[in-house]
Structure formats: structure tokens, C-alpha cells
Ligand binder design. Structure first.
Ligand code: ZN
Length: 303
């Protein structure tokens, strides 16, 4: 009985607003930024993401409750690079200079990232996608998590210096785990080196560069605009010429054109998650890569 009461008391303490307030309140635009922030903050922070995992952050329409989430936050972590431009309007609405550009609690995680496909320099296949300031999907190179968590650590230590050592230890433990995983992932993806792949949206250049994958075309030419029959015919031609056997689709992307191209080429459709939580078993940053790499390697093994 005493034990049961103690357990109940512990639960009540966890649920009480006083307990929640002790933790540093962080708002992130995406689930990926949330997962990486949690890797550094662990139980010292309480993080929420604004864009649900099932939605495309690049054309997200903020909800009224997002303003409230921003109002309650002591720190904001965004992807930057025009990926989550809508958050600027939310910050202005909420009137929170301390977590807006220039404030101590503002984190643009693209800081110090080597950005691929900068505007005017992109000459790769499938040009035309609306990636204004370069390709923003940089978290999909697991090596970039070192830079991202470094930027997050700096901000956490700045606004909560009493716990700086804990944040540093959390990040080191995470990077050790990630480093071991990277070796495993590189070994698993080695057979896919140079294997031509076509995807719906160009979310993958960072993943491709890290693991030497070869994305040779994209079904989408502009986000939200269906590809023209001529573009689809060109993709089918490329796939036949290059012997493309893998067609990547993210769960939130339309199925029709991918299914058409697959039917014309016999390529396998492989569902990959570009963000934490977009598919089952992608609950955190490391499992996102585990799941995607498993999907890619098992599709390649069947070819
Ligand atoms: Zn994109």
C-alpha cells in the first residue's frame, strides 16, 4: 500500500505543471530537430515539434495552437534554409524576441552546415524543385548531426548554464552511439554504391553523398505540381537506359505517378522516411536511418 501510494505520488509529480516548468521548454519546427534536441537535452528539457511527422514541412500551414507553443518556449530550433519560413510569422505573432533571430534561445540548425545544391549552382538531374537557399534536407547525412547537436548544445549551455556539463555529456554519449552506427550503416550500404536510384522528391543528396548512392532522376519537377507526361516519359527512358531498379517514395507523397513509372519499368517502390516518425519504427534520429537503410538494402538484395 505504501509502495502503491509512492508510485501514485511520483506520477502526480510528473504530471504537475510545476514539474514540467522545471524543464527547459523547447519548440522545434520538425521531428528531426526535436529528436536531435532531445539527444542533447534528455530529461532536462521538454521538446515539442510543430509540423506533424506525416506532413511536408516545406508547405506547412501553421495552426493556432502553434502560437501558444511558441509563447511557452524558452528555445526554438528550426531547420532554416527556407525549409520552415513560416515560423518567422509565428514568432512575430507570439512576440518572443528571446527565441527569435538574434535572441539567446534562437537556433537555426543549418548554421555551419555545408549546404548542397546552392541556388544557381544546381546542375543535377531533376532541377526545378523549390529549394530556395540550397537543398534543406541536410539532417539526412548522419555526419551532419555532429554539427547540428553542436549548435544545439551551445544554445542550451547559453540559456541553462547550470546544466551545461550534463548537456555536453549527453551529446558525447549520443555521438558515440551515432559513430558506431555510422560504421554499421556504411557496411550495409556498401553493395548499393553506384546503384542508380530514382526518387519522387529530391530529399536525398546528403544521404547519397555520405553513402555514395546515385540518385539519377526525380519524378517531381516542382512541389505540389504533378509532373508532365513528357517528364514522366523522360524518367521512364532514363530508368531503362540506366537500369534503375529502385524507386523511392516518401509516405506523404502522391502514389499515382510513382506507381505509373514503376509499372513501366518494373522497378521496386521503396518507402523511405525523410523525417523521424514518418514511417513505423522511425521513432528517433538513429532509428530513422536504421529503417531507411533496411528498406534500401532489402530492396537491393531482391534485384
Ligand atoms: Zn525538399
Amino acid at each position: 500500500m505504501v509502495l502503491r501510494f509512492a508510485v501514485l505520488a511520483a506520477w502526480l509529480a510528473l504530471l504537475s505543471p510545476a514539474f514540467a516548468q522545471q524543464r527547459l521548454q523547447v519548440v522545434t519546427t520538425t521531428t528531426d530537430m526535436r529528436s536531435l534536441t532531445e539527444a542533447v537535452g534528455r530529461d532536462l528539457i521538454m521538446a515539442v515539434n510543430l509540423v506533424p511527422a506525416s506532413m511536408d514541412a516545406e508547405d506547412y500551414q501553421p495552426k493556432p495552437q502553434d502560437v501558444l507553443r511558441i509563447k511557452n518556449a524558452q528555445m526554438l530550433v528550426r531547420v532554416g534554409l527556407d525549409y520552415d519560413l513560416w515560423v518567422d510569422r509565428l514568432l512575430a505573432q507570439a512576440g518572443k524576441p528571446e527565441i527569435s533571430r538574434g535572441g539567446p534561445g534562437y537556433v537555426d540548425a543549418s548554421f555551419a552546415i555545408a549546404v548542397l545544391e546552392l541556388r544557381g549552382m544546381s546542375v543535377g538531374p531533376g532541377d526545378g524543385h523549390a529549394h530556395g537557399s540550397g537543398n534543406p534536407h541536410y539532417w539526412l547525412d548522419p555526419k551532419n548531426a555532429e554539427i547540428i547537436t553542436g549548435t544545439i548544445l551551445e544554445a542550451l549551455a547559453r540559456i541553462d548554464p547550470a546544466n551545461a556539463a550534463s548537456y555536453q555529456a549527453n551529446r558525447s554519449a549520443f555521438l558515440a552511439r551515432l559513430g558506431a552506427k555510422l560504421v554499421e550503416w556504411e557496411a550495409k550500404l556498401a553493395p548499393l554504391k553506384g546503384m542508380p536510384i530514382v526518387a519522387y522528391h529530391n530529399s536525398w543528396p546528403y544521404l547519397a553523398r555520405r553513402f555514395r548512392l546515385d540518385f539519377v532522376g526525380f519524378i517531381e519537377t516542382k512541389p505540389g505540381v504533378p509532373p508532365s507526361p513528357a517528364h514522366l516519359a523522360g524518367i521512364v527512358k532514363t530508368m531503362r537506359e540506366r537500369g534503375v531498379r529502385i524507386l523511392v517514395r516518401e509516405p506523404q507523397e502522391p502514389e499515382r505517378d510513382v506507381a505509373f513509372v514503376a509499372s513501366k519499368t518494373g522497378a521496386a517502390i521503396v518507402k523511405l522516411a525523410a523525417s523521424v516518425g514518418a514511417l513505423p519504427r522511425t521513432d528517433d534520429y538513429i532509428s530513422l536511418f536504421d529503417a531507411n537503410i533496411k528498406a534500401l538494402t532489402s530492396a537491393a538484395a531482391k534485384q
